[in-house]
Design a protein around this ligand. Structure first.
Ligand code: CP
Ligand code: NVA
Length: 319
């Protein structure tokens, strides 16, 4: 991190509420810039460490490739290979890594763990997924919605669990003034404090957050249908949880209620045949692989903003 800048952390997408639209526009510019971006190396000489306590394909690869494209050195630290959680505390790990790294990303179980790491690190910390939040996913997802804004003809709908991905999707939609309707089974609603925060942001941006237990109600006339796995990482022991999701599969019958040009979204990995059918995820309406690619561009924007804000502004002004 450039030492003149105060450290900022990204623990939930709410941490960049006011800047989210600019972060996304920057990422879209960078994605479509095959000239200057080649020589733009705002992380030159910097090392970004990424700790994983859970598996990852998209997050790990998008951070490694994105940091490299920005001129930095990515360093992946798998939980089984480091002292964290065995013989060393989060606080000491944060202090030690801050002596070597210019930024740290952390995929953990309990959200309090990434909060603790951030509070003891002297360099920016990015939540790479916790049980409560997945801010990088929300940034990439709203980037995909923005890229398709000319064709999105209705609200964003969510069908499934009231989980980490929904929390940040809801906060991000509220920040960008996009209506969202979510359907979850009874007992699997999102966190009430996060819903309250999203409603408060939405009220300032002329949009709405609405909740139902009826998937048909959520997707009716929707411009976007989003779902995620019914059982998240860390919940494997919650036997029987999946039974609560009868009727929540996103299939051809359910999507027939949406706008004909609706977009299908999923953070991936998908459990095909469970929360979504092949016919839907492989349809022309599906943008799931654009979302996956956008993880890298959105994170490049966030990393540049957090580790070298002056360069972020320079790039923004030049293009
Ligand atoms: N969407 C997402 O975070 O994917 P990974 O678990 O593969 O990183
Ligand atoms: N809700 C899922 C998202 C995976 C990217 C999980 O936490 O496992």
């Amino acid at each position: 991190m450039k030492e003149t800048e105060p450290k900022r952390d990204l623990l939930s997408i709410d941490d960049f509420e006011k800047e989210l639209s600019g972060i996304i526009d920057w990422a879209i510019k960078m994605k479509n810039d095959d000239g200057f971006a080649e020589n733009f190396k705002p992380l030159d000489g910097m090392t970004i460490g990424s700790i994983y306590e859970k598996p990852s394909t998209r997050t790990r690869v998008s951070f490694e490739v994105g940091v490299h494209k920005l001129g930095g050195q990515p360093l992946t630290l798998l939980a089984n290979d480091i002292q964290l959680g065995k013989s060393e505390s989060i606080a000491d790990t944060a202090a030690v890594l801050s002596r070597f790294m210019d930024g740290i990303t952390y995929r953990c179980f309990g959200h309090s763990d990434v909060q603790e790491l951030a509070s003891h690190a002297t360099v920016p910390v990015i939540n790479a997924l916790s049980d409560m939040h997945h801010p990088c996913q929300a940034a990439a997802d709203l980037m995909a919605v923005t890229e398709n804004s000319d064709s999105v003809k209705g609200h964003v709908s969510w069908v499934g669990d009231g989980n980490n991905v929904l929390h940040d999707l809801m906060l991000a939609c509220a920040s960008l003034g996009i209506d969202i309707k979510y359907a979850t089974p009874e007992g699997f609603e999102p966190d009430p404090d996060i819903v309250s925060r999203a409603v408060s942001i939405a009220s300032g941006n002329s949009c709405s957050i609405s909740a139902t237990n009826d998937p048909v109600e959520a997707v009716s006339d929707a411009g976007v249908i989003y779902t995620d796995v019914f059982v998240s990482m860390g919940e494997e022991g919650m036997k029987g949880k999946i039974d609560a999701f009868n009727g929540f599969q996103v299939n051809e019958e359910l999507v027939s209620n949406a706008h004909p040009d609706y977009l299908f979204m999923h953070c991936l990995p998908a459990h095909r045949g469970e929360e979504v059918t092949d016919a839907v995820i492989d349809s022309k309406n599906s943008i799931v692989f654009d979302q996956a690619e956008n993880r890298m561009w959105a994170q490049m924007s966030l990393l540049t903003k957090m580790c070298n804000d002056a360069a972020w502004h320079t790039y923004n002004e030049l293009f």
